[in-house]
Design a protein around this ligand. Sequence first.
Ligand code: IPD
Ligand code: CA
Ligand code: CA
Length: 263
Amino acid sequence: MTDIDIRSRYDFAVALVREAGEHAKDFLRDRAALEVKSKGPQDLASAADLSTELLIRSRLGERFPEDGFLGEETGATDFAPGQGIWVVDPIDGTQPFVSGLPSWCVSIGFVQDGEILFGAVYAPALGELFAGGVGIPATLNGAPVERHPGQSIREGITGFGYSPRISADQFLPMFSRFIERGGMYFRDGSGALMLCNVAAGRLLGYVEAHINSWDCVAALAIIRAAGLETNDFLANDGLRKGNWIVVGSPKVRAELEAVRTGS
Ligand code: IPD
Ligand code: CA
Ligand code: CA
């Protein structure tokens, strides 16, 4: 894929994430009537989630039929070696979305040959669009982002992700180390948005014991474009199985990695 092919996909993703976000937001006009299903403990999907993913999938299928697709609600196409893959969460932060809170977003990332190339994340209720990628600066509403000046978890707030995919026995020792070492946690129900808030210098870093690729691939591209570090999320088939995640400046990431492993 040439740089022009990648750039045309990036530009398309930035426009599409906005269109999809407005489409999802329309479902909130009558939130009481929104159909919501449970997929498991504390894991919801509303009619807006499916409808928004179908919109994104069909737009991408029309414009880039040669690309693969992986979405939270409709699953994956078959992937051929070297093929570009769109990684989509139609609504990240479904619990805030159905609860009338503003911390939800649409997340569209692009991966090829095991490399995360770019991402676009749009939070309609906040009016914020984050984007960036390899060779593309990280931006918030088109303006360059600035990094958090903190060099330790004691110097700001850290996004601390949790889902019931992780047991209390796995979560609590890590959380306890974080508190003992002077960290302060922040959770708003959207991993993608918290990760973008790391890129934008609002949060120091982010850690979660397990997150899925559709939650984080787009934001990881933006974080790297902002000059921050992440673990190799796609290792060990992270695209399909998910993985742990630790991000921040080199020092904060090292500190959070030690919190995660107990070293
Ligand atoms: C979840 C959110 C949450 C994160 C979970 C995700 P959903 O996604 O991003 O913040 O901790 O790992 O599953 O269910 O809102 O799309
Ligand atoms: Ca999600
Ligand atoms: Ca979702």
